[in-house]
Design a protein around this ligand. Structure first.
Ligand code: EPS
Length: 424
């Protein structure tokens, strides 16, 4: 089992993470991991915090000479901004009679809840006397640690030939008109990196930027939709045998756990709910020259998952992010601890963090896929994993016995008999 935990506050000294279960022998390209962290800091609509930070991973354990040892990996990412919060966020007691300390404490005090954030329920649940204790841990700054943990998993996936990309397909009401099915993953990555919003449609990028600018002027915020695509996954990751082994369920949990995400979709899940089955399911055809598996398909509306398992097609997962709840314009709210009418607290934030969200979502998807891979195959060393994966792929491909690949006449099932309509 692969697992990771993070720790750290938004304005504390550092974020840390511990990831356990990666096999021995995975070569890590630390620069590639830092590049993911850099991308998470980009995107039109980010707040000024990103000018202060320059996120980099410092590995503390579990890696020697650039290769995983099989032991738990621990790393940290420093918060440079801590310097400006050192009294507010000090883990030691502070001297409140010092003018420096009292000035900082007063400047950073939070008096009112922000509707849409964790402030209200978190303060009540933990009987906090300061909303800051909730805000600091609920903040999306924590996603930097997730991105680094996911990038470690991406190194494992890359080592066995699996590739993942993330991009933005909607900001507020502006949608990308480029259809990702028409592009290779390499093209999507290249085009996304040319856009300040990681969107492969240049014209839509301009519309998205204009909308974000307008929202910034209005003191408002924006959400959007991101899509993560993964290719070259073996057929059969996940399982149909039990609810908690279904890969779509595991992906949904991981994606929904990202700060501000409110919905998740696999393939054409939402549209498909309104269509007849014949327009939704992806028909099967015999393998074509170059097919990786003993079958082929002409559509991928299932988004690469059937029955809670990968089916050999490109994995397509979308995450829906709400507008950030920290807004300069504010909303009606209540003060704390008096619960009297007030305007919501505003603290420096992003107007739109959707580009960053595409990097975070890819990290979470890569974590779940790496976990599923290690669950299915031998997992102590990368060589064991590769050998058992190769053996499995060989076994599945052998299923295409000669003579069985020619089209066969479909057999009419009893319940397909038109005369049976009306029986239910
Ligand atoms: C973030 C850092 C934070 C926020 C944002 C994400 O920095 P600060 O609060 O110091 O400006 O910009 O946090 C949130 C969106 C949130 O909901 O708290 C980051 O590094 O991603």
């Amino acid at each position: 089992m692969l697992r990771f935990l993070t720790s750290g506050e938004s304005h504390g000294p550092a974020l840390i993470a511990l990831i356990e279960g990666l096999p021995r022998g995975v070569p890590l390209n630390i620069e590639r991991i830092n590049e993911e962290l850099r991308r998470r800091q980009l995107g039109y609509g980010r707040g000024s915090r990103q000018k202060i930070e320059s996120d980099r991973i410092e590995v503390l354990a579990g890696v020697r000479h650039g290769i995983t040892t099989g032991a738990p990996i621990t790393f940290l990412i420093r918060n440079r901004d801590f310097e400006n919060w050192k009294y507010v966020m000090s883990s030691d007691e502070v001297d409140v009679s010092s003018p420096d300390v009292s000035e900082q404490l007063a400047k950073k005090a939070i008096e009112n809840f922000r509707p849409g954030h964790a402030d209200l329920a978190g303060t009540l649940k933990f009987d906090q006397s300061d909303i800051r204790d909730v805000l600091e841990r609920a903040s999306a700054r924590e996603t930097a640690a997730r991105v680094a943990a996911g990038a470690l998993c991406q190194e494992l996936l890359a080592a066995v030939g699996v590739r993942a990309v993330g991009h933005v397909i909607q900001v507020g009401s502006v949608k990308s008109s480029a259809v990702s099915d028409n592009f290779s993953l390499a093209e999507i990555e290249e085009r996304a990196l040319q856009s300040e919003l990681f969107c492969i449609d240049g014209e839509a990028t301009e519309g998205m930027k204009a909308l974000i600018k307008k929202c910034w002027q209005d003191g408002d915020s924006l959400g959007g939709v991101v899509e993560v695509l993964v290719e070259d996954l073996p057929v059969g990751l996940g399982s149909y045998t039990q609810w908690d082994r279904k890969l779509d369920g595991r992906l949904a949990q991981a994606v929904m756990s990202i700060q501000a995400f409110k919905a998740v979709e696999v393939g054409d899940g939402v549209r498909g709910a309104g269509l007849p089955g014949s327009s939704v399911h992806d028909a099967l055809y015999p393998a074509q020259a170059g097919s990786a598996w003993p079958f082929s398909r002409r559509s991928n509306r299932a988004g690469g998952l059937e029955g809670g398992m990968t089916n050999g097609e490109r994995l397509v997962v979308r995450g829906y992010m709400k507008p950030l709840p920290t807004m300069r314009a504010g909303l009606d709210s209540l003060s704390f601890p008096d619960f009297e009418a007030a305007r919501a607290h505003y603290e420096r934030s992003d107007v739109c963090a959707i580009a960053a969200a595409s990097v975070v979502m890819k990290a979470m998807v890569c974590f779940v896929l790496a976990d599923a891979l290690l669950d299915k195959f031998a997992s102590d060393t990368l060589a064991d994993l590769q050998a058992s994966l190769d053996q499995y792929v060989e076994r599945v491909r052998k299923k295409a016995a000669p003579g069985l690949t020619a089209p066969r006449a479909g057999k009419v099932q009893k319940d397909e008999d038109p005369d049976s309509i009306g029986e239910f």
